[in-house]
Design a protein around this ligand. Structure first.
Ligand SMILES: NC(=O)c1ccc[n+]([C@@H]2O[C@H](COP(=O)([O-])OP(=O)(O)OC[C@H]3O[C@@H](n4cnc5c(N)ncnc54)[C@H](OP(=O)(O)O)[C@@H]3O)[C@@H](O)[C@H]2O)c1
Length: 337
């Protein structure tokens, strides 16, 4: 994009008029009910202008939290690099209004020190992430997935030191099971630090956290950042009438393939869509309200490929109440899948 084409950004004055914020577990930090993740649509296969429009729309609508990881792209690191450019151009004056997170834990660079949960990997990765994003600190630094091959004291010790050094304000974990979560929280507690947040996958198709994890988080005062509440787009209207060319299943099928959009899925989503329509909502909106129905879930972490999706999703928050009849009907549909 040339300099001439760049339109300066001024955040909307009314950006805090609609979005509710929930306290993240037992902490002082409030997070928006919807957060935006940059896993897809912020690498080198998405036009810069589209990325810019998504980020601006999100911030203008009260989405203050942006979630990244070292290896988001493609290629690895590119989402953080692009986000750094958006920060410089658009968001620098708003840094204190933003919660930016990143993570390390999956494959990132070659050799034995670019993966898993060692102190060596985490310490190097946070420095690389800050450089790419042109930031002095991130708000939340996560260990991205459990690594039973590394002592929990080593991984949590690295998170602790990253927070103590000021490179992150809070520590989090992602994809840890209930037992691993308990051990990680206890380890942090022994060092005198509170685990802020857990980031698990949670949506109508993956209710895993309901079997132990959400109770652990509730008891320990740890917030839940529910990632993938729309099941990558399957819990939206995206695929109800075929597979659009510009959908994830076609243009970036790394984790969602066209073959995943099958008759069985459509039978379920059509039935769910009827419940949504009766509420005056879209399927995406119903899926978000459902994911947020238990306050232990601090925020639903969505992705978006266009600003219109962000707007539709934010509108979900206009009607957050689900009746017991609606919940029972949803359960019955999900059980019959
Ligand atoms: N911790 C982890 O291990 C982990 C793993 C995965 C993700 N995450 C985090 O979670 C974030 C979200 O993941 P996700 O992108 O899979 O989440 P998602 O919200 O379940 O799916 C997002 C996709 O749904 C579609 N969509 C969104 N709103 C829509 C609407 N209103 N109408 C129609 N379609 C809509 C878009 O698909 P199209 O692109 O087809 O338009 C969009 O790209 C990631 O960016 C990342 O920050 C974390």
């Amino acid at each position: 994009m040339s300099y001439q084409q760049y339109m300066p950004y001024f955040a909307k004055d009314d950006r805090y008029s609609k979005m509710p914020y929930r306290r993240c577990g037992r902490s002082g930090l409030k997070l928006p009910l919807l957060s935006l993740g940059l896993w897809h649509n912020f690498g080198d296969i998405t036009p810069f202008r589209t990325q810019q429009a998504i980020l601006r729309t999100a911030f203008d609508n009260g989405i203050t939290h942006f979630d990244l990881a070292n290896n988001y792209g493609p290629p690895y690191g590119e989402a953080e690099r692009n986000f750094g450019i958006h920060m410089e151009r658009d968001f620098r004056p708003y840094r204190d209004e933003m919660i930016i997170s990143t993570k390390a834990g999956y494959d990132m660079w070659k050799g034995p020190y670019g993966n898993d949960g060692s102190r060596k990997y985490l310490m190097a990765s946070i420095d690389q992430s800050l450089l790419r994003m042109k930031l002095d600190y991130v708000d939340i630094f996560y260990h991205h997935r459990p690594d039973d091959g590394t002592p929990i004291e080593e991984t949590m010790g690295a998170l602790y030191d990253i927070v103590k050094s000021g490179k992150a304000l809070y520590a989090g974990i992602s994809n840890y099971n209930p037992d691993q979560t308990k051990r990680a929280i206890a380890c942090m507690k022994d060092m005198g630090m509170h685990m802020l947040i857990h980031q698990p996958n949670y949506n109508m198709f993956n209710r895993g956290i309901e079997h132990g994890l959400s109770d652990v988080c509730r008891e320990e005062g740890v917030g839940i950042m529910a990632f993938g509440p729309l099941a990558g787009g399957r819990l939206t209207g995206r695929y109800l009438n075929g597979i659009p060319e510009d959908s994830r299943a076609i243009h970036d099928p790394r984790f969602l393939r066209a073959s995943d959009i099958n008759e069985n899925l459509l039978k379920t989503t059509r039935a769910l869509n009827e419940i949504a329509a009766a509420r005056g909502q879209t399927l995406a909106q119903l899926a978000l309200v459902w994911a947020l129905r238990d306050p232990v879930v601090t925020s639903a972490l969505i992705g978006a490929s266009k600003p219109e999706q962000v707007l539709e999703n934010v509108k979900a928050l206009d009607n957050m109440t689900l009746s017991s009849e609606e919940l029972a009907a949803i359960d019955a549909i999900l059980k019959s899948r």
